[in-house]
Design a protein around this ligand. Structure first.
Ligand SMILES: C[S@@+](CC[C@H](N)C(=O)[O-])C[C@H]1O[C@@H](n2cnc3c(N)ncnc32)[C@H](O)[C@@H]1O
Length: 340
């Protein structure tokens, strides 16, 4: 017996304000380093383990020799991973010069600078370009934007997509815990997460790390200062997960969804705990890393199978979209909203 999934109990702002945009930019300036190291980006080996399965599928969507645009690419880890997994030409685009500089360095260090390049460019400037892409990726980008900004980015994506191209959207969706599954599934998943918590697994085996050193403590304190949004946003001021069917509504005017997959939920939190633990107990953390992440991925796959996130956590879903024919879709309008 299935119950209905209610929409999230909050609404995405229709448009942004200069104040919130300034707060968002300030947030990125303060926290992007720690986000990269511990929270979201993490290490290349961890990315490959936790995210390789869906990144490979993005590569497979690209025709041989095809071009990929990664809009809102941030520090470029995804563009670089795509290059390492076989993509022939990737252009990472972001309006943040500091992040693009780090991305270029990463591509050079990773030996993919010949096929993965980065440009400082806002989505607004992109709308006027004449080059075209076979795949456009919006990875964890849209959930930092207002509704109008999202529509403008989608217009831009459609404009730069070549004939037969695909748009890939990867964003967090908030499923209310316990709302969607059968009673038996619910009981089983709850039991597994309770066991995981009891064994310290939910904290990436962090409880084994009984003597955190000063560097770990100060890093944890900085991480704890990140939540700046109004609950249930977070952690950055403009960040807000999508309601279960919100993305379909937003893309419907210009795109048809041809593929959808729940890819990830909380495994990166386990990795985060392990990386923090490494600051105090490097040998123990490294010894526990892969067994812990293997357990995290197993639990995560279960959560994704039934779209049951551990309470309060998001499910990251990937949508593969094809543009609707021009007759069905409105003309592109470009993107002008300042974001962060
Ligand atoms: C949450 S981060 C995601 C970064 C990256 N895609 C990832 O998954 O790690 C959102 C990114 O969007 C960029 N961004 C925001 N507004 C933008 C705009 N108007 N044009 C280009 N980039 C923008 C920000 O600088 C930031 O790097």
């Amino acid at each position: 017996m299935e119950t209905q999934t209610p929409a999230t109990p909050y609404a995405r702002p229709l448009d942004s304000t200069p104040e919130i945009d300034a707060a968002e930019l300030a947030w990125w300036e303060k926290f992007s380093g720690i986000e990269e190291q511990f929270a979201w980006v993490q290490t290349p080996a961890i990315q490959r383990y936790l995210r390789g399965h869906y990144v490979r599928r993005i590569v497979e969507l690209t025709p041989p020799g095809g071009r990929i645009a990664d809009l809102g690419c941030g520090m470029g880890w995804l563009a670089v991973l795509l290059g390492k997994m076989g993509a022939r030409r990737v252009v990472g685009i972001d309006f943040s010069p500091a992040q693009i500089a780090r991305a270029g360095k990463l591509a050079a260090e990773s030996g993919v600078a010949d096929r993965v390049v980065f440009e400082v460019c806002s989505a607004a400037e992109l709308a006027g370009r004449t080059d075209r892409f076979d795949v456009v990726i919006l990875h964890a980008f849209l959930h930092h934007l207002s509704v109008c900004e999202i529509q403008n980015v989608l217009d831009t994506a459609r404009h730069i997509l070549d004939v037969g191209g695909r748009l890939v959207i990867f964003e967090p969706v908030q499923y209310p815990f316990g709302q969607r599954q059968h009673t038996l599934q619910k009981a089983l998943v709850r039991l597994l997460f309770w066991l995981a918590k009891r064994c310290g697994l939910a904290a990436g085996l962090g409880p084994l790390n009984r003597r955190p050193k000063a560097q770990e403590q100060s890093t944890r304190e900085l991480l704890a200062k990140r939540p700046a949004g109004i609950e249930p946003h977070g952690p950055s001021p403009k960040e807000m997960p999508f309601a279960p069917d919100e993305i379909q509504g937003l893309v419907a005017e210009k795109f048809r969804i041809v593929g959808r997959e729940a890819c990830m939920s909380m495994s990166h939190h386990f990795a985060s705990e392990n990386l923090l633990m490494e600051l105090s107990s490097p040998k123990l953390a490294r010894a526990l890393r892969w067994p812990t992440l293997a357990m995290a991925r197993t639990l995560e796959r279960l959560a994704l199978r039934f779209r049951i996130p551990p309470a309060g956590m998001w499910i990251f879903e990937m949508f593969v979209c094809e543009p609707k024919p021009p007759k069905e879709a409105a003309q592109p309008s470009g993107f002008s909203g300042p974001v962060k």
